[in-house]
Design a protein around this ligand. Structure first.
Ligand code: SGN
Ligand code: CA
Length: 538
């Protein structure tokens, strides 16, 4: 089309050219693709069929899988800091956490006055919207429309924050309501402009609540157990055993099933009936459905337990099945919503000119190492699912091999729209990877930094991952961990002090220090408690 523009311009007297360029610019603006960014919360790759893991036959994701057939699926896709707020801040800014200021969920409100890619798209003529989970505490900026959950949001009858500062309560299930808001905005958006829509789900985040219509959807299935469900944490840092995210020790069936009522603690995972929990949010009709489903199942479990028929391992196995079935029920509704969005694009002739992305803010442990949660630089939590369909650009079935991170999304989205970031970002546009090319100098390793101290007792750690190896440092424990992902895919054996890996370790340390320098990572002392704000002048 550039050729056509040039031809028309050449045919005209000189003085008309600026005016015409302007008119043609507006006309051809429609060619810039719409960007539909669908982002769920804590959706592990293992629970997406297209990733072909052991749950492939069970994971209820036909619509997400459709993207993998009609577009690309990335395996080398990782987060830079496996925790919600920081991931989202890096998505918006293209910067590592220490530069955008949101290093931890408890870092305070994200400074939303800083540059983000939505602002850039909007000022270049896009109409922009964000709905659902936001979790940055400050209001979204760069959007013509937004309606987001306060903080984490709720599964049943959730509340939304609106642009005018008010809050509105909605009846129903979170994912269904978000999709309703998203399609409503699509209906009434300014259709003369390309759009950016960030549609962000709370599900399947803890407390893993399925919509009531999917209770029982997995009753006839036995979910396969990961080989590390009963990990003994040997041969690695002792901090692994100090975790507080074990299905065994930290999923409290006693509270969840209301055998003990004194201290709900971190209950709500199985899930429970405490008034302050999701159960307390439901109306009588919803509660009746919930009770009719979970009540008899809980009684059956308690009866077996009382009869001494269950060993400690049996109890873990029972919790694991309950946890995964609830989680997959929530995933099922996410996938249905992806289906609704894809059908919307088809129906309104938008498919050909819309980039659709499906991703999630981090991975999640679905029983691997005996855990639920994320935070660690171990594979299940570090990996981000990333699927993308871009008709005419991404070849259907493409499986790019380059390493990408959430810091890359902002520059990538800008390049899709023909724009460049106005300043240097940490991330790089991976549009070349989408076109099936891997630039020669594409990164050989990703940098990772986790700064939280409290929840789930995961220590601060900083590291690098190449395609084959992972090295991370636990500065507060003066320890390093090194894993050979080819020989040890489950990461059960730390090789950092093995003389056979001395050379590998040296090389990885070089990469680690090089990346820390490249990203201006601050010294460890600054990683302590309290909010750390990166200052480029210090
Ligand atoms: C809550 C959860 C944690 C979870 C964090 C962060 N506890 O605090 O289990 O790790 O969110 O999740 S809960 O009792 O409130 O469910 S994140 O995805 O928002 O980073
Ligand atoms: Ca999350």
């Amino acid at each position: 089309m550039d050729g056509a523009k040039l031809f028309i311009c050449r045919m005209l007297p000189f003085r008309f050219i600026p005016l015409l360029a302007c008119l043609l610019g507006a006309l051809f603006a429609a060619e810039r693709p719409n960007i539909l960014f669908i982002f769920s919360d804590d959706h592990a790759r293992r629970a997406i069929s297209a990733y072909g893991a052991d749950l492939a036959e069970i994971a209820p994701t036909p619509n997400i899988d459709r993207l993998s057939k009609e577009g690309a699926l990335f395996r080398q896709s990782f987060c830079a800091n496996s925790i919600c707020g920081p991931v989202r801040a890096s998505v918006m800014t293209g910067l590592h956490s220490h530069k955008n200021g949101l290093m931890r969920n408890d870092s305070g409100a994200f400074d939303s006055s800083q540059w983000n890619f939505a602002k850039e798209l909007r000022s270049a003529g896009y109409t922009t919207a964000a709905v659902g989970k936001w979790h940055l505490k400050s209001d979204p900026t760069g959007f013509d429309f937004w309606e987001v959950y306060p903080n984490q949001g709720s599964y049943y009858n959730p509340v939304f924050r609106k642009m005018d500062g008010s809050r509105v309560g909605e009846m129903g299930y979170c994912t269904d309501i978000v999709i309703g808001k998203a399609t409503k905005w699509l209906d009434r958006r300014d259709k003369d402009k390309p759009f950016l829509l960030m549609c962000q789900f709370k599900a399947p985040h803890r407390t893993f609540c399925p919509p009531l219509r999917h209770l029982g959807a997995f009753d006839d299935v036995t979910i396969p157990e990961p080989p590390t469900l009963f990990d003994d944490y040997a041969n690695r840092s002792k901090t692994l055993a100090e975790n507080e995210m074990e299905i065994d020790r930290h999923m409290h069936w006693q509270y969840d099933l209301q055998v003990r009522k004194d201290e709900p603690g971190a209950a709500g995972l199985l899930p429970n009936r405490f008034p302050a929990s999701e159960y307390g949010r439901m109306n009588e009709e919803q509660k009746a459905k919930w009770d009719a489903y979970y009540g008899p199942k809980n009684q059956e479990f308690l009866k077996k337990l009382a009869a001494g028929k269950l060993s400690e391992k049996d109890v873990v196995r029972w919790k694991y099945q309950r946890y995964l079935k609830n989680y997959l029920g929530a995933v099922k509704a996410v996938d249905e919503s992806v289906g609704k969005l894809l059908a919307y694009l088809d129906k309104h002739n938008l498919t050909d000119n819309t980039v659709v992305i499906y991703g999630s803010d981090q991975g999640f442990f679905l029983g691997e190492h005996g855990w639920f949660d994320k935070r660690w630089m171990f594979e299940e939590s570090l990996e981000m699912p990333f699927l993308i369909r871009w008709p005419g650009v991404v070849k259907p079935g493409l499986r790019p091999d380059g390493m990408i991170q959430n810091i890359d999304y902002a520059p990538t989205f800008l390049e899709m729209a023909g724009l460049k970031p106005p300043h240097k970002l940490d991330g790089e546009s991976f549009v070349p990877l989408l076109k099936g090319e891997t630039p020669r100098d594409w990164r050989e390793a990703i940098y990772y930094a986790y700064y939280e101290l409290g929840e789930h007792n995961v220590p601060q750690h900083y590291g690098v991952r190449t395609k084959r190896y992972k090295l991370f440092h636990l500065p507060n424990h003066r320890e390093w961990q090194l894993f050979d992902l080819e020989k040890d895919p489950h990461e059960l054996l730390d090789q950092s002090n093995n003389p056979e890996y001395a050379e590998v370790r040296k090389e990885l340390e070089v990469i680690y220090h090089r990346l820390r320098k490249q990203y201006d990572a601050p010294s460890y002392e600054k990683y302590g408690p309290g909010t750390f704000k990166w200052d480029p002048d210090k």
